[in-house]
Write a protein of this length. Structure first.
Lengths: 124, 374
């Protein structure tokens, strides 16, 4: 499968979906005006991965900030991963800067709501 | 509650007052390099949006850079005398003529020299200014502030107009220096101004007084779109540099939700295009008050009111549940609406949402939203 890579901008995160190396990550800030349009290609890619591959996934969330519009799309992304976890091994890592109470709290909330393992990992 | 609604009316009055004077935006506070950069890109994107002529854009830019440098250069100076005032930057757009005003405290003892320079510059015509610029450049008279009055000459040359200025006494040692530049469309011929520059400076001094008494650090009155939002965020991020991460993030968070609210739901009070509105921030020590004002359709007033009242009626626990329920409610999931913004405002500020609707005409109302972050 072709790699999906978009670089970060001032209001959108860097996204890497790489089937070959098994590296999946979303990193940076997410506050686009139209979050639905930004996340849709990511959902499409994952849906097609689900149909084509049996390889395990490690998905890294290293978000610095996201708006409410993005948080709904992140919920959707996690629900897709939750569904994939029924067939393949999916591990979800949620990174937060150790002093960032906000990102940590969002991670805990998702860990509570999503039926998949989400590891909260502080970084300095 | 009554004091809050008084504040809200203040937001509407401010918006109307600024509309009348066609003020575009104001920054008041410490000027750092990154704040200056933020102000410059905010202007750039606004001029681009208005499809402004590249020659005029360049002149506006040059004058802004010189004016902003003036402020940064002078705020660093200090004897031991105390001065509480910070710099101010204002750009106004009146019938596609631009007015740029800067203000900063200066040492009183420097006034005569500065006034001489200004009078000299104002006495010269375009050709004489050009020669004077060369002369000063050649003479290489570097003042102890690192400038040689070249900035002022450059501002006068690029504006094609006289520089308007004023000094207001602050204390025994300091005065406040206002400098106002009008940019007309033709560099060599000053255009008969529709605004009396002395009078416009008086208005600015009045507004400055209000900003000081209300502790307003940033006002943006103009078109709200994603680009202006990002520029405003970058200015605020730099302005809040010294605060702790979690306060900064909260302000950032609330600011994004409030501004995107205008971008997505604001109505157009006047022409077609993007949404006009006002945004301002008051800062008191470690507490920020964020205010937005924008038009909404009268037909949407009731629905919005009900939404806010509902969110306000919930306890914090209920609010959390409602947030989580809304997160998974994919019935509401469009480019415009995730149904989370208002809940987030209450959760993050830990306060009820303060708002006000004022009927503006048969079609529109003015909607003011206010939050406090600390």
């Amino acid at each position: 499968m072709e790699k999906f890579i978009i670089d970060h901008t001032e209001d959108t995160p860097k996204v890497v979906l790489d089937a070959e190396s098994g590296l999946f990550s979303i990193e940076g800030r997410s506050l686009p005006e139209n979050a639905v349009a930004f996340y849709q290609p990511i959902f499409n890619w994952l849906t097609s991965y689900e149909e084509n591959s049996k390889n395990p996934i490690a998905f890294h969330f290293k978000l610095e900030y996201f708006n409410t519009a993005s948080s709904k799309q992140i919920t959707k992304l996690l629900l897709i991963l939750q569904q994939m976890a029924q067939k393949i091994t999916v591990s979800i890592k949620w990174y937060y800067y150790k002093e960032d109470a906000d990102i940590k709290a969002s991670g805990s909330r998702f860990a509570k709501l999503i039926k998949a393992d989400i590891d909260l990992i502080p970084y300095e | 509650m009554s004091s809050q609604s008084k504040k809200n009316s203040f937001a509407f009055r401010l918006f109307q007052g600024m509309q009348k004077d066609n003020l575009s935006y104001i920054y008041r506070g410490i000027f750092s390099q990154s704040i200056t950069d933020g102000i410059l890109s905010l202007t750039e994107s606004n001029l681009d949006k208005q499809g402004e002529d590249s020659k005029i854009k360049k002149r506006v830019f040059t004058i802004m850079v010189e004016g902003l440098q003036n402020i940064t250069r002078h705020q660093e100076t200090d004897d031991d005398a105390y001065v509480n005032e910070t710099g101010i930057f204002i750009i106004q757009d009146v019938k596609s003529r631009y007015y740029i005003t800067t203000g900063n405290p200066i040492l009183k003892k420097n006034i005569p020299n500065l006034e001489n320079q200004l009078n000299k510059i104002n006495s010269l015509d375009a050709e004489e200014l050009k020669l004077y610029y060369k002369k000063v450049l050649n003479d290489n008279i570097i003042s102890d502030k690192g400038g040689a009055g070249l900035g002022l000459i450059e501002m006068a040359r690029k504006s094609g107009n006289k520089l308007t200025y004023d000094f207001v006494e602050l204390n025994d040692t300091y005065s406040y220096f206002y400098l106002n530049t009008e940019i007309s469309h033709n560099e060599t011929e000053p255009v008969q101004s529709t605004v009396n520059p002395k009078k416009s400076l008086e208005n600015i001094k009045e507004i400055h007084k209000i900003l000081n008494s209300e502790d307003i650090v940033l006002i943006f009155n103009g078109i709200f779109n994603q680009e202006s939002l990002l520029n405003l965020l970058s200015i605020m991020e730099n302005q809040m540099m010294e605060h702790n991460l979690n306060l900064k993030k909260k302000v950032f968070n609330i600011m994004v939700e409030m501004l995107q609210n205008i971008v997505k739901h604001g109505a157009n009070g006047k022409n077609s295009g993007e949404n006009p509105g006002i945004f301002f921030i008051n800062q008191k020590n470690n507490s920020y008050q964020l205010n937005t004002g924008n038009y909404i359709l009268n037909s949407k007033v009731k629905e919005l009111q009900q939404k806010i009242e509902y969110v306000n009626s919930l306890s914090m626990d209920e609010l959390n549940d409602f947030y989580e329920k809304s997160l998974f409610n994919f019935q509401i999931d469009s480019s415009k609406e995730a149904g989370l913004g208002l809940i987030e405002l209450r959760l993050k500020t830990n306060r009820k949402i303060t708002y006000e609707m004022t009927e503006f005409n048969e079609i529109f109302s003015f909607f003011v939203l206010q939050t406090v972050v600390d």
